[in-house]
Design a protein around this ligand. Structure first.
Ligand SMILES: [Zn+2]
Length: 337
């Protein structure tokens, strides 16, 4: 089913509000941007027959995003918990991340086919986490090249079997059986430009380790739209699976990118750049300061963890699901500095 409407959105408006069509939505009295918004409905279907609605929105000329739920992976949501991007150039299209299951990947491919007949040339994976690449198999098609950080193949080799095992109960055996861990064929060591015809994507492989040790961002240089993967979290508490200090080191360089808006890896809205980084930076600095203080006072790890990041509790969703893990990671990383 295709439903296309004219609408207006505000750069920092939650997706829920963006769905309102046919009128201007104002926030803080400022309309920051107006654009065509195309709400495209498709459905992800898993082998067991469950169906998950899937929608993409046009966020700039030639740029589309799908906003996954702010949730943990389940058989009910089929791993549709991460944001995906589609960029369409004059000659070809690219997809940025493929979702947390093959069913989500198939829905994303169906949505892509609804908005363009141009060939899909690139699938870009922003990092190793299952909610961003378990859908890769849906895109293993002639003429499609997978692209990722130079560290991504090793990360998939090292952690892939664990991801398949640990997500079996969450997604269900039938859905897991469809997943193929497809490593990138084109590796980005520093930066790389991909040409879609009249539209260049600037890919940046980040160092140090930050969210993970294989974080890649994609900047549409025509519209200045940044697809940040999980280097940017909004509303969903950030997840540290690489390095706290590395992430804080990356942030100023990331902020300097020539972007106007960002699609975060998690979070239900397109946000202005670089203000989108403010909440995440504050959270990471709070974690760092708390951990350092408790380490300096000789507090053991187990006693310290409940107090690390506690001031951030009310500011984030899924806080209790991830903050204890972040606190543990931060304490362990900072303990020997
Ligand atoms: Zn991630």
């Amino acid at each position: 089913m295709l439903r296309c409407t004219i609408s207006y959105f505000i750069d920092n408006e939650p997706a829920g509000a963006m769905r309102r069509t046919g009128r201007i939505v104002r926030r803080s009295g400022r309309v920051l941007a107006a654009a065509w918004m195309c709400a495209l409905a498709a459905t992800a279907v898993c082998p067991a027959g469950a169906q998950v609605p899937f929608a993409i929105r046009q966020i700039a000329d030639g740029d589309y995003a799908h906003f996954g739920r702010i949730a943990l992976t389940s058989s009910e949501n089929l791993g549709d918990i991460a944001n995906l991007g589609i960029v369409i150039g004059r000659d070809a299209a690219a997809v940025i991340d493929t979702g947390g299951s093959v069913a989500v990947g198939e829905a994303a491919l169906a949505a892509l086919r609804q908005v363009t007949g141009k060939p899909l040339r690139y699938v870009i994976n922003t990092h190793e986490h299952p909610d961003h690449l378990f859908g890769n198999a849906a895109f293993a098609l002639p003429g499609v090249t997978f692209v990722g950080h130079a560290n991504l193949p090793a990360s998939i080799r090292e952690h892939g079997p664990f991801y398949l095992h640990s997500f079996r109960d969450l997604l269900g055996a039938d859905e897991i059986a469809r997943v193929r861990l497809i490593p990138p064929a084109v590796l980005v060591t520093d930066t790389m430009e991909l040409d879609l015809g009249g539209r260049t994507l600037l890919l940046t492989a980040w160092h140090q380790a930050a969210h993970t040790d294989c974080d890649l961002t994609v900047l549409d240089e025509q519209t200045h739209t940044l697809f940040a993967g999980d280097l940017v979290f909004l509303d969903h508490v950030p997840v540290i699976d690489g390095s706290l200090k590395g992430w804080l080191d990356v942030l100023p360089r990331l902020a300097a990118m020539n972007a106007e808006r960002v699609v975060p890896g998690h979070g239900l809205w397109v946000a202005p750049w670089p203000a989108a980084l403010d909440d995440e930076r504050r959270y990471l600095l709070a974690i760092q300061a708390d951990a350092r203080r408790l380490i300096a006072s000789g507090t053991p790890l187990a006693d310290a963890v409940p107090h690390i990041g506690e001031s951030e509790r009310t500011r984030w969703r899924l806080f209790d699901d991830y903050n204890p893990r972040n606190a543990t990671a931060a304490f362990s990383e900072l303990e020997w500095e």
